[in-house]
Design a protein around this ligand. Structure first.
Ligand code: TTP
Ligand code: MG
Length: 414
C-alpha cells in the first residue's frame, strides 16, 4: 500500500466524491482516514498531487474483469483466462484467483492445482479489443496526448491540451476518468501519477487493484532504492539474472555505482540507466502517428466492368474501413474511391460529405454515385475505397456513429 502523507497542509483529493483541498486537511495519517465531505476512506494526499501530469493507466486483471462484467455470477469467484489444453498458460488471473497463487504466464495445470475451484474462460480477443477502444475513447476526451502501450494500458500527458476542463489538475481529471471507466464500461483501472513515464508506470502498480498512486520528484530516488532491478524500464529477466550473479538485486545498489561501473555493466545504455535508477526519464508521451487516411482495396481475380459488381466489391471494403475508423476513433469527411483499369490506368474520385462519418453505409452511398459515372463499359482490375479529411469522432456526425440516417455527400469531384 502506498503510504499516505500526514502533514496537515498536504494537497488532498477524494477519489469518491472528487473534493479537492489544495492546502490539505487535518488528517491522522492513517490510510483509512475518512473524507470530511463524503466520509469514505478514499483520500489521496501527496505534496506534489496537483503539480504532476504524466499518468500511466492500467486496467486491473483486464480480460478477467471484462468476463466478470459480462457474467456477474462470476464476480466473487476465482477466474482464470486461458486455454484448457495441457500446455495452456494463464493469460489473466483475477484478483480472487491470485489470492490462491495463480499468476499470468503460469501453466494452467499448475494454476488449477493451486486453485481447483477456478472458473477457466477462453480469451475472447475481439471483445477485449472492443473494450480497449472504448477506454481509449474516454482517454481521448481528456487529451490527444495518449500513448497506448497495449490493450489495457496507456500513458497520458495531461500537461497541455486538456480538452474538457482547462485548469483542472491532472489528478482530479484522472480520478474522474477512473470513475467514468467504472460507470460506463464496467471495469476498474489503476492509475499512476508522476513527473515522467517510468515513474508513472511504477506508480500504477503500487496500489492495484483500483489504485491511485503518486510518485513525486522528491521521493523518487528514495522509493526506488528498495525496489528490484527488474522494475527499471529495459531491465528484463536476462539482465536481472546477469546483475544477480554480481550480487546486484536492488535499484539502490545501481544508484551507488559510479559511471565507470555502470558502463562496464550496461555499455552504451549506461547513461540512460544512470538516469532511470534515480527516477529521471526524458521520454515524451508519444501519441500514435497521425493518420491521414484510412482505406482498403482489392485486386480482382477476373476484371470487372458491371457497375453493381464494382459497388458490391466496395461494400465489403467499406466495412473494413469502418471497422478501422472505429478502432482509431476517427471519422472521415471525404470519401475516396480508387479504380485501376485493365490497362493499368489509375483513377481516383472523391466526394465530400456534409459531415464526417465512419459509417460503411454512408461511404458506400457516396462511392456508388462516383462509380456510376465511371462504369461506362471499361473493365477494372482493382477497386479501393477510403476516407480522408479525418476528424476525431467527437466531431463526427452522431447519427452516423450509431447507424442512423445517412449524411449525403454535397460535392463530388475528380
Ligand atoms: P497486465 O496489465 O500485465 O495484467 P492484468 O491486467 O491481467 O492484471 P493487472 O494489471 O491488474 O496486474 O496485462 C493485461 C492483459 O494482457 C492481461 O489481462 C492478459 C494479457 N497478458 C497476456 O496475454 N499474457 C501475459 O503474460 C500478460 C502479463 C498479460
Ligand atoms: Mg493490467
Amino acid at each position: 500500500m502506498h503510504a499516505p502523507f500526514t502533514a496537515p497542509n498536504t494537497p488532498t483529493l477524494c477519489r469518491a466524491c472528487l473534493s479537492t483541498w489544495a492546502d490539505g486537511i487535518a488528517r491522522s495519517g492513517r490510510a483509512e482516514d475518512p473524507c470530511p465531505a463524503c466520509h469514505k476512506p478514499t483520500l489521496r494526499s501527496h505534496p506534489e498531487l496537483f503539480d504532476l501530469a504524466i499518468a500511466h493507466v492500467d486496467c486491473d486483471a483486464f480480460y478477467a474483469s471484462v468476463e466478470k462484467r459480462d457474467n456477474p455470477s462470476l464476480r466473487d469467484k476465482p477466474v482464470l483466462i486461458g486455454g484448457s489444453s495441457p500446455r495452456a498458460v494463464v493469460t489473466t488471473a483475477c484478483y480472487v484467483a491470485r489470492h490462491f497463487g495463480p499468476r499470468s504466464a503460469m501453466p494452467m495445470f499448475k494454476a488449477l492445482r493451486l486453485c481447483p475451484d477456478a472458473v477457466v474462460i477462453k480469451p475472447d480477443m475481439a471483445k477485449y479489443r472492443a473494450v480497449s477502444v472504448e477506454i481509449r475513447a474516454l482517454m481521448a476526451e481528456l487529451t490527444p496526448m495518449v500513448e497506448p502501450v497495449s490493450l489495457d494500458e496507456a500513458y497520458l500527458d495531461l500537461t497541455l491540451g486538456v480538452r474538457t476542463c482547462p485548469g483542472k489538475p491532472a489528478a482530479l481529471l484522472l480520478a474522474e476518468f477512473a470513475q467514468a471507466v467504472r460507470r460506463k464500461i464496467g471495469i476498474s483501472v489503476s492509475i499512476g501519477l508522476a513527473p515522467n513515464k517510468a515513474l508513472a508506470k511504477l506508480a500504477s502498480d503500487l496500489d492495484k487493484p483500483r489504485g491511485f498512486a503518486v510518485i513525486g520528484r522528491h521521493e523518487a530516488r528514495g522509493l526506488l532504492r528498495g525496489m528490484a532491478v527488474s522494475k527499471i524500464h529495459g531491465i528484463g529477466p536476462q539482465t536481472a539474472r546477469r546483475l544477480e550473479q554480481r550480487g546486484i538485486t536492488t535499484i539502490g545498489q545501481l544508484q551507488d555505482l559510479d559511471v565507470g561501473e555502470l558502463h562496464e555493466l550496461f555499455g552504451r545504455s549506461a547513461e540512460r540507466l544512470a538516469r532511470l535508477v534515480v527516477g529521471e526519464d526524458h521520454r515524451p508521451v508519444a501519441p500514435e502517428r497521425v493518420t491521414k487516411s484510412v482505406s482498403a482495396e482489392t485486386t480482382f481475380q477476373i476484371d470487372r466492368s458491371d457497375q453493381r459488381d464494382l459497388i458490391e466489391a466496395l461494400r465489403g471494403l467499406s466495412e473494413r474501413v469502418a471497422e478501422r475508423l472505429l478502432q482509431k476513433n476517427l471519422a472521415g469527411h471525404t470519401v475516396v474511391i480508387k479504380l485501376k483499369t485493365s490497362d493499368f490506368q489509375l483513377l481516383s474520385r472523391h466526394a465530400r460529405l456534409s459531415q464526417p462519418t465512419r459509417d460503411a453505409e454512408v461511404m458506400i452511398r457516396a462511392a456508388a454515385r462516383l462509380v456510376e459515372r465511371e462504369a461506362d463499359g471499361r473493365t477494372f482490375r482493382l477497386v479501393g475505397i477510403g476516407v480522408t479529411d479525418l476528424r476525431h469522432t467527437d466531431e463526427a456526425a452522431q447519427p452516423d456513429l450509431f447507424g442512423g440516417p445517412a449524411s449525403l455527400y454535397v460535392k463530388a469531384s475528380r
